[in-house]
Design a protein around this ligand. Sequence first.
Ligand SMILES: [Zn+2]
Length: 284
Amino acid sequence: METLKDYFTKAQKEKWAVPHFNFSTLEQLNAIVEAAHSVKGPVLVGTSENESKFVGMQQAVALVKSYREQGIAVFLNADHFRSVELAKEAIDAGYDSVNIDLSKESFEKNLVGTKEVVKYAKKKKVQVEGELGYLVTDSSKIYSEEVAIPEESYTKVPEAVRFVKETGVDRFSPAIGTIHGIAANTPRLRLNLAEQLAEALNVSLVLHGGSGVSDDDMKRVIASGFNNIHISTELRIAYGEKLRSTLKNMPEEVAPYKYLKAPREAVGDLVRDKMKLFSASNVL
Ligand SMILES: [Zn+2]
């Protein structure tokens, strides 16, 4: 099987995007992996700091490894880890990739911390994603109001160039107009900025906050050179809504494998749709 790095190289060359989906339960993970496998694409699954605590880092690693041993192209990412120590813990636990997110810190602090994680990760052949420019909101929320993005939170190209060069990250995540969570307004991506970044940088570009982005914008951002797209909130909604309606419809049911079947399918359906949208199907 190819490595995560190989898939990113391939995606970069062929202009498609490796999807990133978060999970915090086994049936969500099962659904994501099965769906990705069925459309013949690689998938990066992620646990945030809180999801990692809920699932267990060692457990997440063991689960993902068990699928890989069956020949399935699934890899594990520590998503938005906000401390160097915790990122190192994920590397030690066996994560395939870490997203060290010091984007709320000063540029210098972000640079120094990310560099330290890269140095640590390289020894264990773990991929590192760094972030510059921050996303203002929270993936666990659906905002009833419109969300405005402050100008200073967008990534600046010269800073991005310096950051990538000095840290040596494998993937770079800029802020180009998406948010975490879903707002009342559809996010308007700065596609010009996406293109400028893709032209200036020679690493994989990551789009966080993919939930709520229009299909058209998504295709454009991938065409511009982004090759890793994060979807979390949409998946949480699909799962949660189906779970709530299923429990309502079968109040007497006590077997989790019965009432979790429909939520699991809802996750799988969404994963397949997104992977087709990202041109990440039939690429293995
Ligand atoms: Zn994110």
